[in-house]
Design a protein around this ligand. Structure first.
Ligand code: HEC
Length: 242
C-alpha cells in the first residue's frame, strides 16, 4: 500500500468522528512504529537495595565502549521482601550498545558498580537472557569492591608489612576499622563519623591534601574519582550502613 492510500484509508473512517482531517503527518507517525533492536530479560534475587539514598538507581542498562553514561536503562523494581525475586524486561536496545549490565548508576546515569554483565552477542532470537542469581547490592559492599579492595588494601592490610596507620581496609575488616574509630593521624577525628562525611577523616584524606603525611588525593583513578568520592560521601552521610 503506498503512503497516500494508507493515510487516506486511515483518515476516511475518522472523517465522521473528527471535524477536520487536514494533518496527514500525525497519521503517518502512528503507522510507522519502529520495533528495532534487542530485548533483555533479567531475573535475580536482590537484597539490601534499601541502603541506597536517592539519586542512585539499581538498573539494567546498555553501555557502549566510548562513554561512561548508559545509552539505555531501566530501573529494577524493589523485591517485595528483602532478598526476593525480581524480573525486568527492557526492549529497544540499539546497535550502539555493546554491553548489558546489572548495575548501580548515579543521577547522571554513570556506572557506580556493575554486579553482572553480558555481551549483546549472547542474544538468541533478539533476546538476551541474564540471570544474576542472588545479589547483595548493599552500599557498603560496593564501597569495598570499588574503592578499598582495588585501591587501598595493598597498603592498608593486604600485604605482609601490616596496615598503614593501623587502618585495615581489607574485606571483612574495613567496616570495624573505620566506623566510629579515632584516626591515628588525628585522634580528635573519627575515621568515619556516620551521617557526617565532612567531619570523617576518611573522606577528608581522599578529598583534599594535607591530612596525612602520605598524600591520598591522587590514589583514585582520575576518570572515576568524582563518582567514587561521591559514593563514599553519600555512604557516610546516609549513616555508613554495614
Ligand atoms: C601507597 C600506600 C597507600 C595507599 C595505596 C593508600 N594509603 Fe592510606 N595511608 C598510607 C599511609 C602511609 C598512611 C599513614 C600516613 C601518616 O602516617 O601520615 C595512610 C593513612 C590513611 C588514613 C588515615 C588513617 C588514620 O587513622 O590516621 C586513611 C583514612 C587512609 N589512609 C585511607 C586510605 C584509602 C581510603 C585508600 C584507598 C583509596 C588509601 N588510604 C590508600 C598509605 C597508603
Amino acid at each position: 500500500m503506498n503512503k497516500k492510500v494508507l493515510i487516506l484509508s486511515l483518515c476516511l473512517p475518522l472523517m465522521g468522528l473528527l471535524s477536520s482531517c487536514d494533518d496527514g503527518r500525525i497519521y503517518e507517525e502512528q503507522v510507522v512504529i519502529p520495533q528495532e533492536g534487542l530485548s533483555l530479560k533479567m531475573t535475580g534475587s536482590i537484597s539490601n537495595i534499601g541502603d541506597w539514598p536517592s539519586g542512585y538507581s539499581l538498573v539494567v542498562a546498555g553501555f557502549n565502549d566510548e562513554s561512561a553514561y548508559a545509552v539505555v536503562s531501566k530501573i529494577v523494581p524493589n523485591p517485595s521482601t528483602d532478598g526476593g525475586e525480581v524480573t525486568v524486561e527492557m526492549s529497544g536496545i540499539t546497535d550502539e550498545v555493546t554491553s548489558l549490565e546489572f548495575c548501580i548508576t548515579d543521577r547522571l546515569r554513570r556506572r557506580v558498580h556493575t554486579f553482572c554483565k553480558t555481551d549483546v552477542s549472547a542474544a538468541v532470537d533478539n533476546v538476551v537472557t541474564m540471570d544474576v542469581g542472588a545479589q547483595d547490592v548493599g552500599m557498603c559492599g560496593v564501597v569495598q569492591d570499588e574503592v578499598f579492595t582495588p585501591s587501598c588494601a595493598a597498603c592498608h592490610g593486604a600485604s605482609a608489612g601490616g596496615a598503614a596507620a593501623g587502618l585495615y581496609l581489607t574485606e571483612g575488616l574495613s567496616y570495624d576499622a573505620l566506623v566510629n574509630q579515632p584516626a591515628t593521624c588525628n585522634p580528635e577525628m573519627l575515621r568515619v563519623s556516620p551521617g557526617d562525611a565532612g567531619s570523617s577523616f576518611l573522606y577528608l584524606v581522599l578529598s583534599r591534601d594535607g591530612d596525612t603525611g602520605h598524600p591520598h588525593t591522587d590514589i583514585l583513578d582520575a576518570k572515576r574519582k568524582t563518582v567514587l568520592l561521591n559514593l563514599i560521601e553519600d555512604w557516610i552521610d546516609n549513616g555508613a550502613q554495614p
